[in-house]
Design a protein around this ligand. Structure first.
Ligand code: GLU
Length: 266
C-alpha cells in the first residue's frame, strides 16, 4: 500500500476532471480566498493551454453566499441555503471569469442534479454540451444546481458529482483537491506520526476503514465520500489523485508524475 510506483499513466492523461472543495476556496470566515482561486485558475489555464481537455468541478457556492450575508449554514433553513447557493454561485463564477480571463480563457457554467446522471438522454445531452465546449476551447465549470435540488434529486456532494462527470466524458484522471494531503494510515489530526499513503491499488476493507466522513459548517463529505466517488470513477477506468489544494503548483506536480497526494490506481 505504501509503494511509490511511478505515475506514468498520469503523464499521458488527456481528459481530466479537477474537483476543488469549499475548504480550498474559502477562508475560515467564509469569504472567498482570492489567492487560492487565482493560483488554481493559473494552473488550470496552463493545463488547458497545453491541449488537455479539463473540467473544473467547483464547490463553494453556498459558502460564498453565506460569507456574503454573514450567515452560518447550521443557522438557516433549507430554502435559505438554496438562496445562498443562488447568490453564491454568481459570486463564484464572477470571480472565476475575472481570473480565467486574465489567462485568456473563456468559461462555461453547467449546473447539474442527480436526474441528469440518472437519465441516459440527459447524460448524453450533457456530454454533447461538454464536447462542444471543448471544441470551442472553453473551460467547463460544473457545480450541483443547489438552488433547486432537494434531497430526492440531489447528488449531495461534489466528490460524487465529479466522479459522475468522469463517467460521462470517460475521463482519464480525476483530481480531488481537499484540505488534506491525501489518505493517511491514521487520522493525522489525532496522530501526528500518521503516514500518508502514496498509492492505493485495491479498495479493500483496510482502506475503507481509514476513511471517515465530515459534514462541517461549510463543506460536505470527507474521506468516506471520496472513496465512494473513486469507486464510481473507476467504472469508466478513471484513476484518481486526492491531494491538498493549498499546496503551491499542486496540479503541475500531479501531472508531472511527482509523488504527491494519494494515487488510486485500481
Ligand atoms: N455544491 C455545494 C456548493 O457549491 C458543495 C457541495 C460539497 O461541498 O461537496 O456549495
Amino acid at each position: 500500500m505504501l509503494a511509490q510506483a511511478p505515475r506514468d499513466s498520469i503523464k499521458n492523461a488527456k481528459k481530466i476532471v479537477v474537483k476543488v472543495g469549499t475548504s480550498s476556496l474559502t477562508h475560515a470566515s467564509g469569504k472567498l480566498n482570492l489567492n487560492q482561486i487565482d493560483s488554481l485558475a493559473r494552473e488550470i489555464a496552463d493545463i488547458h493551454h497545453s491541449g488537455i481537455e479539463i473540467i473544473l468541478v467547483s464547490s463553494g457556492a453556498i459558502a460564498a453566499g453565506l460569507g456574503k450575508l454573514g450567515l452560518r449554514k447550521s443557522d438557516i433553513s433549507l430554502s435559505d441555503k438554496q438562496a445562498m447557493a443562488a447568490i453564491g454561485q454568481n459570486i463564484l463564477m464572477h470571480m472565476y471569469r475575472k481570473m480565467f480571463s486574465e489567462y485568456g480563457i473563456e468559461i462555461g457554467q453547467i449546473l447539474l442534479t442527480k436526474e441528469d446522471f440518472d437519465s441516459p438522454e440527459r447524460s448524453a445531452l450533457c456530454k454533447g454540451t461538454l464536447d462542444a465546449l471543448f471544441r470551442y476551447e472553453v473551460l467547463p465549470i460544473i457545480n450541483e444546481n443547489d438552488a433547486v435540488a432537494v434531497a430526492e434529486i440531489k447528488v449531495g456532494d461534489n466528490d460524487t458529482l465529479s466522479a459522475l462527470v468522469c463517467n460521462i466524458i470517460g475521463a482519464d484522471l480525476l483530481i480531488i483537491l481537499s484540505d488534506i494531503d491525501g489518505l493517511y494510515e491514521d487520522d493525522p489530526k489525532e496522530n501526528p506520526q500518521a503516514r500518508l499513503i502514496h498509492q492505493v491499488t485495491t479498495l479493500d476493507e483496510a482502506v475503507r476503514a481509514l476513511a471517515k466522513d465530515t459534514d462541517n459548517d461549510m463543506a460536505t463529505g470527507g474521506m468516506g465520500t471520496k472513496i465512494s466517488a473513486i469507486e464510481i470513477a473507476m467504472k469508466t477506468r478513471t484513476k484518481t489523485v486526492i491531494a491538498n489544494g493549498r499546496e503551491k503548483h499542486i496540479l503541475r506536480d500531479i501531472l508531472s508524475g511527482k509523488i504527491v497526494g494519494t494515487y488510486f490506481d485500481l
